[in-house]
Design a protein around this ligand. Structure first.
Ligand code: SF4
Ligand code: SF4
Length: 179
């Protein structure tokens, strides 16, 4: 049993898109589909302005609205590790999950299946990080088991103040951002 999560140090993100490209390549995504995007957020007033770069993907929410609205259980929460998984053979393409997700984390492919980040389970079984995390040269992304106090993510989470996106949505996301 594990409780997987992802810690993102967006302060170190340069906006190079290596994570997005690695994700698309690894998952053999169609050109118009992405599981992993960057948002560029400007703030301040000239000349005191700054731009934050926010990597955004499926948050593998503990209280996932996409799971609640999926009438065929094509989208479901895995008991063993907390990953919100997707079974394309059960998807009817109704798009209810896309409407329910507050993070806009799902994408309809050419076959009209509402795909999303899977956290690269094939990599995890080999003890590796997901494709996005292992590719980032600035080590912005750290994936791991939150229930293991000796995991790198648990240790780093203890060192920093973190925040989450849209906490008011009540989705209990599994991704944290270092402030
Ligand atoms: S981020 Fe969106 S797609 Fe991912 S689990 Fe949460 S509600 Fe579902
Ligand atoms: S589009 Fe597919 S995964 Fe999404 S709610 Fe409909 S059946 Fe479920």
């Amino acid at each position: 049993m594990a409780r997987y999560g992802l810690l993102i140090d967006s302060r170190k993100c340069t906006g190079c898109h290596a994570c997005s490209i690695a994700c698309s390549t690894y998952n053999e995504l169609e050109p118009e589909v992405t599981y992993n995007r960057l948002e560029f957020v400007e703030s301040g007033t000239y000349p005191n302005v700054k731009m934050d770069i926010l990597p955004i993907q499926c948050m593998h929410c503990d209280d996932a609205p996409c799971v609640k609205v999926c009438s065929t259980q094509a989208t479901f929460k895995q008991e063993e590790d907390g990953i919100v998984a997707f079974n394309p053979s059960k998807c009817t393409g109704c798009k209810a999950c896309m409407a329910a997700c507050p993070y806009d984390a799902r994408a309809l492919n050419e076959a009209r299946l509402a795909e999303k980040c899977r956290w690269c389970p094939e990599m995890l079984t080999q003890g590796k990080q997901p494709a996005c995390s292992s590719t980032c040269m600035n080590e912005v992304r750290l994936f791991g088991d939150l229930d293991d106090p000796d995991s790198e993510i648990s240790k780093k989470m203890a060192q920093f103040t973190t925040t989450q996106l849209l906490p008011e949505a009540g989705t209990k996301p599994r991704i944290w951002y270092i402030k």
